[in-house]
Design a binder for this molecule. Structure first.
Ligand SMILES: C[S@@+](CC[C@H](N)C(=O)[O-])C[C@H]1O[C@@H](n2cnc3c(N)ncnc32)[C@H](O)[C@@H]1O
Ligand SMILES: CC(C)=CCC/C(C)=C/COP(=O)(O)OP(=O)(O)O
Ligand SMILES: [Mg+2]
Length: 294
């Protein structure tokens, strides 16, 4: 992958709306300033830039011997493969999407999942992020791929989406729902989705069976300036907003191999222990919820 995508990250969106709250201003700044090598090096593998985590078994044969010079490169490629596999599973749950349909990526990051959705369905994909840097990055990448007329990112609050009622065939949050109130979020997804449309989220949530957010969950919140919700809050807020779960899948066992591999790499960020320990002590879960808009 040509690294110019990362090195030319300097353009500024023409219009950046004022943040809806001081908190959203902080989150916009957070993502404008984010440049962790773990995200850029993985994205450089094939030009799909993700800000989410991975699922699936590690391919030990592809990883090979940790002693040889190219091991680091293979490790990066393997972590990236698992992150793209996560996005594929999210897309699997959107149901049937046609070329004329619109999909909405709420909290789109640098747009990796949007590109994958367009490549799979041929549809239009609109992404919303608080970060002008991320929107510019995603739009530049779409332009390089020649899909800028079908894949577009903008700076916009996902609680106030610029779409007509019932305009979207599908919408999702991929690790972005921990920044907003869930009642407000699902009310807005419910509004923009057509009846019969599909909403999908992959998220980390605290487990009501544990009791309250554990110290590890609190550590993850502090690390990302986010506010992780409980599994119960997701289901309740969906029920309140005409979103009826069609699948609720506990992906915790599927994401642990990614974290255990990442913890051995030179790209660690310091948050690996909190994810591994909270997944193992049962206080935190990685879940996919797919819901029908009824
Ligand atoms: C962890 S990243 C996930 C990015 C992307 N979904 C992915 O899978 O690569 C979280 C994203 O949520 C976005 N976000 C947080 N709060 C938001 C809000 N109120 N409106 C729009 N985007 C928001 C951030 O700007 C960031 O792009
Ligand atoms: C599952 C949960 C609770 C996620 C919180 C949201 C979040 C910040 C996701 C990862 O982004 P990233 O890819 O930028 O993070 P990192 O730099 O750690 O890879
Ligand atoms: Mg990452």
């Amino acid at each position: 992958m040509d690294s110019s995508v990362t090195s030319t990250d300097t353009t500024v969106s023409a219009f950046v709306p004022a943040p809806a709250s001081p908190y959203q201003g902080d989150i916009a700044r957070y993502w404008d300033q984010e440049a962790r090598p773990v995200n850029l090096r993985l994205g450089d593998v094939d030009g799909l830039y993700h800000h989410h985590y991975g699922i699936g078994d590690v391919d030990l044969a592809a990883l090979g011997d940790s002693g040889d010079a190219a091991y680091d490169k293979r490790l990066v490629a393997e972590l990236h493969r698992l992150e793209s596999a996560q996005a594929e599973v999210l897309l699997d749950h959107l149901g049937t999407i046609g070329r004329d349909d619109l999909l909405v990526d709420a909290g789109c990051g640098r747009g990796g999942s949007m590109v994958m959705a367009h490549q799979r369905f041929g549809c239009s994909v609109e992404g919303l992020t608080l970060s002008a840097k991320q929107a510019d990055f995603g739009n530049r990448r779409a332009h390089e791929l020649g899909i800028e007329d079908r894949v577009h990112s903008r700076v916009c609050n996902m609680l106030d989406m610029p779409f007509e009622t019932g305009q979207a065939a599908g919408s999702w949050n991929n690790e972005s729902s921990m920044y907003v109130d869930l009642e407000d979020l699902f009310a807005e997804h419910s509004r923009v989705l057509r009846v019969g449309g599909r909403y999908v989220t992959i998220t980390g949530c605290w487990n009501p069976r544990y009791g309250q957010p554990s110290k590890w969950v609190s550590q993850i919140n502090a690390h990302f300036e986010c506010n992780i919700h409980s599994r119960r809050e997701y289901l309740r807020a969906m029920a309140d907003n005409r979103l009826v779960p069609q699948a609720v899948i506990d992906l915790t066992p599927d994401t642990l191999p990614y974290w255990e591999l990442r913890a051995t790499s030179s790209l660690v960020t310091g948050i690996e222990e909190a994810f591994i320990n909270s997944y193992k002590d049962g206080s935190f879960q990685y879940v996919l919820i797919a819901a029908d808009r009824v």
